[in-house]
Ligand binder design. Structure first.
Ligand code: S3P
Length: 166
C-alpha cells in the first residue's frame, strides 16, 4: 500500500510520516527531500532560481516516481494535491491521509520554521496567520478529497495503522 500524507505546511507530514513508516516497516519518501536530491539544490534555491511553475512540474515528476514503489509512506508537499491531477493520482494509486490542523496550530508551528519555506519566508510575523487562513481556505477543497481525515494536533501512529489496516 502507498500511503500519501496530505496537509498544509507545518502539519507534521514528514515527522509523522517517518514514525508511521518505521512502525509499518515501509520505506519513507519525502517529496521535498526527493526534489532536493534530484535537483542537487535546496528547495529554497530551486524555487528562487526557477520559480513556482517549474517547481510544480518537478514536484509532479517526484510524485510520479513514487508509483514505482509498491509500498511506502510518502510525505507530500503542502501544495502537491492542489496542482494538475495530483490528488486524483494519489487517490487512484494509494491511500491518502489528510493531517488536518487549525490555522492557529499551523501558525504556531510555522513561526519557528518560516525561513525554511519559500512561500513564507518574506512574510512579516503579523502576516503569517492571515496568509495561512487564506491559503488553507483555497486548498482545503483538494485536501478534503483525501480518503481519511485525521486531526493533526493529536494524531498517533497506532490510530492511523488501525484505520488503514484494522
Ligand atoms: C509548499 C510546501 C512545502 C514545499 C514548498 C511548497 C506549498 O512543503 O513543497 O515549499 O506550496 O505549500 P511542506 O508542506 O513539507 O512544507
Amino acid at each position: 500500500m502507498r500511503i500519501y500524507l496530505i496537509g498544509f505546511m507545518g502539519c507534521g507530514k514528514s515527522s509523522f510520516g517517518k514514525r508511521l513508516a518505521r512502525k509499518l516497516e515501509y520505506p519513507f519518501v519525502d517529496l521535498d527531500a526527493d526534489i532536493e536530491h534530484e535537483t542537487g539544490q535546496s528547495l529554497d534555491d530551486y524555487f528562487e532560481t526557477y520559480g513556482e511553475a517549474q517547481f510544480r512540474r518537478t514536484e509532479r515528476q517526484a510524485l510520479l516516481r513514487t508509483l514505482s514503489l509498491p509500498k511506502a509512506v510518502i510525505a507530500t508537499g503542502g501544495g502537491t494535491p492542489c496542482f494538475e491531477d495530483n490528488m486524483d493520482v494519489m487517490n487512484a494509486e494509494g491511500v491518502s491521509v489528510y493531517l488536518r490542523m487549525s490555522p492557529l496550530s499551523l501558525a504556531h508551528r510555522l513561526q519557528k520554521a518560516q525561513t525554511k519555506r519559500p512561500l513564507l519566508k518574506d512574510l512579516h510575523e503579523k502576516e503569517l496567520l492571515p496568509y495561512i487562513r487564506e491559503k488553507l481556505n483555497e486548498r482545503e477543497a483538494y485536501y478534503l478529497k483525501s480518503h481519511c481525515i485525521i486531526k493533526g494536533e493529536t494524531v498517533k501512529t497506532d490510530q492511523v495503522v488501525s484505520l488503514l489496516f484494522g
